[in-house]
Write a new protein. Structure first.
Length: 252
């Protein structure tokens, strides 16, 4: 898991180019939940700063942490001056500061589950907010989804990240909400979805796949063949289901 978590640096520029940003509706969702001023925020696993910008552009002082040096270098090119960029894994962060908001965008599953919520609780001020969100991008057309699955099947079975705690996909509450509900440090756990559809070229969709850890970890020749086979079954332009699933909780 650590190897996959640190695989993104090799594709930092592609990550910035092909991964979609986060919609303003997500920012509004988090702020409405907070119900009061959010002046300081800590981001865990900031990547190239896709989510960082959403909060920093609103004037929040964000400390963006990221273990991968190449990803952090790309972030520094992209974010405004009110962002402090720090190279560090979640597990190595000092616990001597707390924040109005701690958030993680498509990165929480890479953190060590051992003591995760005790450490998180130390970083969120009492009454403050924790937020986790991700965009598991997929082709909106089920027939194209299946065609792409068949195309990659000889080289790669499942291309997603399994639920860290094994929660089945049909359960109403998904991870990390499932773990937050069991934490004594957090309350008012909510799961929300921001609906979103995007249209992109098939080549840009392949560019996005090139930043997904399951593909990054393939041998280069196999990866190239998967992308070639996938492009063959896609039309020139594809519609993407890019809904954002968010989990929110409040620190006791």
């Amino acid at each position: 898991m650590v190897e996959r978590a640190l695989s993104f640096g090799a594709v930092a520029e592609a990550y910035e180019r092909f991964r979609p940003g986060y919609p303003v509706e997500l920012f509004e969702l988090v702020m409405a939940y907070a119900g009061g001023p959010v002046r300081t925020a800590l981001e865990i696993g900031a990547g190239t700063g896709k989510a960082t910008r959403l909060f920093a552009d609103a004037g929040i002082a964000v400390t963006a942490t990221e273990p991968d040096a190449a990803m952090l270098a790309e972030l520094r090119k992209q974010v405004p001056a009110n962002v402090t960029a720090v190279q560090a894994a979640f597990e190595d962060l000092p616990l001597d500061s707390s924040y109005d908001l701690v958030f993680s965008a498509a990165a929480l599953h890479w953190t060590d589950p051992e003591g995760r919520w005790d450490r998180m609780a130390a970083l969120v001020r009492p009454g403050g907010v924790f937020a986790s969100f991700g965009v598991p991008i997929q082709l909106a057309d089920p027939a194209l989804q299946e065609a792409a699955r068949v195309a990659r099947a000889p080289y790669l079975g499942y291309d997603g990240v399994p639920s860290p705690d094994g929660t089945p996909a049909d359960r109403p509450m998904q991870w990390p909400g499932t773990e937050l509900l069991q934490s004594e440090s957090f309350t008012d756990v909510r799961q929300s979805v921001v609906e979103r559809r995007l249209t992109m070229s098939a080549h840009d969709f392949i560019g996005h796949l090139s930043t997904v850890s399951a593909y990054v970890m393939l041998p280069p020749a196999d990866r190239d063949e998967v992308f070639r086979r996938t492009l063959e079954v896609l039309p020139e332009t594809v519609e993407i289901d890019a809904e954002v699933t968010a989990h929110l909780a409040r620190r006791h």
